[in-house]
Design a protein around this ligand. Structure first.
Ligand code: ADP
Length: 260
């Protein structure tokens, strides 16, 4: 569904994303993992055409999006960022409705969609008439996700979507998100620096460093078959917990709830 071919981005002659290639299959969640400054956000923004690559191509369903400048293309991609950026003077319902309204959906369809998404995110219906300032961090994050899903985009890009939350709310929303992943069957690319989040939510992980891919593969492959010393060392300090987590989630007891 998404094919990235030799994409680079340079600032002042320095490549912050350096000849990166990968594919994301339909329905798959690919996690871009790496320390701060490794180029994850720049890469995600190129997928969303917020930034033009210096070289390389990105194809979505065969179409070269680096060549296509139509704004409507971006509206087909849901985008969630850490500090959400809900419009403060709009109600929650109107915030969620932004993209369907831009796409000129009729009023009934927009209203039905708002009701559906509030329910899906576990938010009470009356919250639609409230304003962002009246919501908790976790509730705002859920609204941000609802807004990204509003026009039912086939692709959802998420940049540290749980980063601003306290650890307990973060954990809760990650668990909910995992259920949603299965339910929605979207193609997703999620940026995080949290290895546990990557292992739990990613079908595959793309580990980045200095703008380059160090390894791309399933969580099991990265943890048990590291491609090089960098990958080995990246997971080193938490290796035992990570091995247990991978085994619990994916190998040993996949049919029961994982423990923490
Ligand atoms: P990550 O998301 O992995 O933390 P980023 O993609 O945000 O990394 O940044 C990668 C590198 O690119 C960093 O060194 C950052 O300073 C640099 N960078 C990002 N945006 C710009 C910009 N607009 N101008 C110059 N350098 C930038």
């Amino acid at each position: 569904m998404i094919v990235v071919e030799g994409i680079s981005k340079a600032y002042n002659g320095k490549k912050v994303v350096d000849e990166v290639s990968f594919e994301v299959k339909k329905g798959e969640t690919l996690v871009l993992l790496g320390t701060s400054g490794s180029g994850k956000t720049t890469l995600l923004k190129m997928l969303n055409r917020l930034i033009q690559p210096t070289e390389g191509k990105i194809r979505i369903d065969g179409e070269d999006i680096t060549a296509n400048r139509a704004e409507t293309l971006r509206l087909k991609i849901g985008y969630v960022i850490q500090n959400i950026g809900l419009f403060p003077h709009y109600t929650i319902a109107r915030n969620i409705a932004t993209v369907p309204e831009l796409l000129k959906w009729d009023r009934d369809s927009v209203d039905d969609r708002i009701d559906f998404l509030l329910k899906l995110m576990g938010l009470p219906e009356e919250m639609g008439s409230r304003y962002p300032a009246e919501l908790s961090g976790g509730q705002k994050q859920r609204v941000g996700l609802a807004r990204a899903l509003a026009a039912d985009p086939p692709i959802v890009l998420l940049d540290e979507p749980f980063g601003a939350l306290d650890p307990i709310t973060r954990r809760q929303i990650q668990t909910e998100f995992k259920e949603l992943e299965t339910l929605l069957d979207k193609t997703m690319v999620l940026v995080t620096h949290d290895v546990f989040e990557a292992i739990e939510l990613g079908d595959r992980i793309c580990l980045m460093h200095d703008g380059k891919i160090q390894q791309i593969g399933t969580p099991t492959e990265l943890i048990f078959e590291p491609a090089n010393d960098f990958v080995w060392n990246y997971f080193k300090s938490q290796r035992f917990q990570l091995e247990m987590k991978v085994l619990t989630l994916r190998e040993l007891l996949p049919e029961i709830e994982p423990f923490d």
